[in-house]
Ligand binder design. Structure first.
Ligand SMILES: [Zn+2]
Length: 326
């Protein structure tokens, strides 16, 4: 598993040629995608607390509602996507709106991570999982150590906005850095949702210079290509450009950065601006993601087409796959 995690990003392109040949012999064939790098499940308890599990025909009508691995598999099949990376929603229990004590939160976070592990284990050839924590919670370090010592999960997911992480606050940066360092000790890759709301270019600079070095040699996948919703004042593109400026000058801190394209472009974003930035940074840094069950993979593909990329560029994206997913 460690070897897999450290595989060069060049492996992303290994399977490209056979696919390209198959596609050209059947030019109008449905495009297949190697992996959706950003998906979520939800236990019945989490659905009940958040009250926002999608009521969609393509999801199982369980009583009570839950989003299960079988639902993710169906969504992948509908969009012709082979593999899915499931990011645990455990961090959502620490949202202030959920009103749990620190002790209750720690228990619920563990249960949701266990639920996610059990669901992912039902489809070992199709799904891999990432556990999650709220990095500001005292129990987060213990949770990272707990799962880091096991093999059920391939990595760690963090969501700054939902965890009320303020990167302008030195204490928050210290706590988040400690979690990254703990995950890096185990060689775990990380998916981090940094953006959205007021998160801007100078926040991205703070993240890159003061937090990211704690990830060491671990891969870090920046969710939504650094964006998030709502996007204000063009922040999403400004954040991606900040990462891009470091990447194009070969800053060692950003050499293991990937971006997932879930919700890219966001409704208020400039598709042309994003397409230009993706080309500047290089396609090998970008992977497909949907944010299932918030967005179906098939809809994410339709949204991605708004970028106006060429058929060859879309083909490249469809075959890009992170070391832990393929
Ligand atoms: Zn998400």
């Amino acid at each position: 598993m460690i070897g897999l995690r450290r595989t060069s990003v060049l492996c992303i392109f290994l399977a490209l040629l056979p696919f390209a040949t198959a596609q050209s012999s059947n030019a109008r064939a449905v495009q297949s995608w190697r992996a959706d790098h950003h998906m979520h499940l939800s236990s019945a308890d989490l659905c009940a607390r958040l009250g926002d599990c999608p009521d969609c025909e393509c999801l199982k009508s369980d009583q009570p509602p839950a989003v299960l691995a079988a639902d993710a598999i169906k969504a992948l099949d509908d969009a012709h996507v082979s593999k899915g990376v499931i990011l645990s929603g455990a961090y959502l229990y620490a949202r202030p709106s959920v009103h749990l004590s620190a002790g209750e939160t720690a228990k619920k976070v563990r249960l949701e991570n266990e639920f996610t592990a059990a669901e992912v284990a039902k489809y070992p050839k199709r799904l891999v999982g990432f556990f999650s924590v709220n990095p500001l919670q005292d129990s987060a370090v213990e949770e990272v150590r707990y799962w880091g010592a096991k093999s059920q999960f391939a990595g760690l997911k963090l969501h700054f906005n939902a965890s009320a992480v303020n990167v302008r606050n030195a204490e928050d940066r210290k706590k988040v850095s400690r979690i990254l360092a703990e995950a890096a000790k185990k060689g775990l890759p990380m998916v981090i949702h940094v953006g959205g709301g007021n998160f801007n270019a100078s926040d991205a600079e703070l993240f890159i210079t003061e937090i990211l070095p704690s990830a060491g040699d671990s891969w870090v996948q920046i969710a939504h290509a650094g964006g998030g919703m709502p996007s204000r004042n063009g922040n999403n593109l400004a954040v991606l450009r900040t990462f891009g400026d470091h990447i194009v000058r070969n800053d060692p801190r950003t050499r293991r950065i990937l971006f997932d394209l879930s919700f890219v472009p966001a409704p208020d974003d400039s598709p042309q601006g994003f397409a230009q930035e993706i080309r500047r940074i290089g396609f090998k840094h970008f992977v497909f993601g949907s944010d299932f069950s918030v967005q179906m993979p098939s809809d994410a593909i339709v949204n991605l087409k708004r970028l106006g990329l060429s058929a060859e560029e879309m083909q490249t994206l469809s075959q890009n796959c992170a070391p832990w997913a393929c």
